[in-house]
Design a protein around this ligand. Structure first.
Ligand SMILES: O=C(COP(=O)(O)O)[C@H](O)[C@H](O)COP(=O)(O)O
Ligand SMILES: [Mg+2]
Length: 494
């Protein structure tokens, strides 16, 4: 352990506190500038971050960790005398622990604490501008990843969180005790408004709770947004009347400007939609603005995490989706795509369960096998409804319910619209598969193992389910996940 604040000594291991030396012009190591404090005890009010860093050859991991703390808080590459005009001891982030990543030579975990006074209240844009602002391009690091974050309760309380929350969502929809069912309208692009509306009607009439615009459907030449909204809401109203259930279709209000987004959202509200949708790519400030809009207008706000795979997937560089999920819960969305584990897109089952916990827990416990490095108190921030979507089908119903429980939207796009008997038959297959599996689970059956039998038994009385199982029963996407935990267990003391 290094002893910080050894008066005036300039060695690799110490902070230089002799003012003459500390503030003479020139370059000091980041650890000497005070960004490495191995004896630091984090405060309950600190923001805590765990970075996975890969220093360049010859760069000392402790110096690299100190540089991360420095560049994500107050530092630049040289000593600046203007530090002395600030309470720089509090404003400096402190790296306080560094250890090798188990089993991955060259990678280190670096723990960094940030005083809460560094951040603007209720602003994800501000928090991210510090924590991921510059540091990921820093040359002495080959790569860096923000693995996890602990947002202190005092800071959580400055965010409004989900406008509706999963409990009120269920009350508004009048649907309880089972996962919700949805489908992304396909093909993603090219349908005219009238044909698009027809797909929505068929899916909802067949038994789905929601249909959904895809991430890239906005207002293209083949279907302008007003056309889409009109035909979709006509379909929603007719399907609700036909089934006696509350139905919805996530109208994607993503647009080029905030004015476009508001205009679209207002029209969706005027037409009586219960839900609107935004894409992650609109950015943090736009997300928080839409959260406020949804709260003012009693609207459920669905978030599609479009684009996240560009920076969340690779383990050595970027930002883990668990961090994005924490920011999104604070920012305030009601639905969030969180992965399926069994479908077509990246997702290790344990890692994905970690994201679900972040959405639904009142208090998320440290759980290393699920990638959760910190306890996180959510201070009663509302809960987000996670959305499992991406290459799933009725034949996986037992796995999905076993992995994720009831509070989830299961979305089958291709797995509804690609059904050989048509869209309505696809929806029937999914609804029957869901209800028979929930019933079996509630009767105490071991659905994880008996699931395929339970589905086959239900299929004897439901031709659409039989067709779905015959078509997709064998389809699975068995590839090695990229983003897995480095720990098999959570040590009781760590
Ligand atoms: O269009 C789909 C799924 O369609 P389908 O059901 O036909 O595969 C969604 O965009 C993905 O689920 C996004 O991925 P994620 O949910 O991981 O963000
Ligand atoms: Mg999509």
């Amino acid at each position: 352990m290094n002893k910080p604040y050894e008066e005036g000594l300039i060695t690799d291991a110490t902070v230089v506190t002799n003012e003459k030396k500390r503030y003479s012009a020139g370059v000091l190591k980041y650890r000497q500038m005070g960004y490495w404090e191995p004896d630091y005890v984090p405060k309950d009010t600190d923001v805590l971050c765990l970075f996975r860093i890969t220093p360049q050859e010859g760069v000392d991991p402790v110096e690299a960790a100190a540089a991360v703390a420095g560049e994500s808080s107050t530092a630049t590459w040289t000593v600046v005398w203007t530090d002395r005009l600030t309470a720089c001891d509090s404003y400096r982030a402190k790296a306080y622990q560094v250890e090798p990543v188990p089993g991955i030579p060259g990678q280190y975990f670096a723990w960094v604490a940030y005083d809460i006074i560094l951040f603007e209240e209720g602003s994800i844009a501000n928090m991210t501008a510090s924590l991921i602002g510059n540091v990921f391009s820093f040359k002495p690091l080959k790569a860096a990843r923000l693995e996890d974050i602990r947002i202190p309760v005092a800071y959580v309380k400055t965010f409004k969180g989900p406008p509706t929350g999963l409990i009120v969502e269920r009350e508004r929809l009048d649907k309880f005790g089972r996962p919700l069912l949805g489908a992304t309208t396909k093909p993603k692009l090219g349908l005219s408004g009238r044909n698009y509306g027809r797909v929505v009607y068929e899916g909802l009439k067949g038994g789905l709770d929601f249909m959904k615009d895809d991430e890239n459907i906005n207002s293209q030449p083949f279907m302008h947004w007003r056309d889409r909204y009109l035909y979709v809401m006509d379909a929603v109203n007719k399907a609700s009347a036909a089934t006696g259930e509350v139905k919805g279709s996530y109208l994607n209000v993503t647009g080029a400007t905030m004015e476009d987004i508001y205009e679209r959202a207002e029209f969706a509200k005027e037409l009586g939609s219960v839900i609107v949708m935004i894409d992650l790519v609109i950015g943090w400030s736009a997300i928080q603005s839409m959260c406020n809009w949804a709260r003012r207008n009693d609207m459920i706000l669905h978030l599609h995490r479009a684009g996240h795979g560009t920076y969340t997937r690779q383990k050595n560089h970027g930002v883990s989706f668990r961090v994005i999920a924490k920011w999104l819960r604070c920012a305030g969305v009601d639905h969030m795509h969180t992965g399926t584990a069994v479908g077509k897109l990246e997702g290790d089952p344990m890692t994905v369960q970690g994201y679900y916990n972040v959405c639904r827990d009142s208090f998320t416990k440290k759980d290393l096998p699920r990638g959760l490095f910190y306890d996180q108190d959510w201070a009663d921030l509302k809960k987000v409804m996670p959305v499992a979507s991406g290459g799933i089908h009725a034949g996986q119903m037992h796995q999905l319910i076993d992995l994720f429980g009831d509070d989830v939207v299961l979305q089958f796009g291709g797995g509804t619209i690609g059904h050989p008997g048509g869209i309505q038959a696809g929806a029937v297959a999914n609804r029957v598969a869901l209800e028979c599996m929930v019933k079996a689970r509630n009767e105490g059956r071991d659905i994880k193992n008996e699931g395929p039998e339970i589905l086959q038994a239900a299929a004897r009385f439901c031709t659409p389910l039989k067709q779905a199982l015959d078509t997709w029963g064998e389809i699975s996407f068995n590839y090695t996940p990229t983003d897995t935990s480095d720990y098999a267990t959570t040590p009781s003391v760590a």
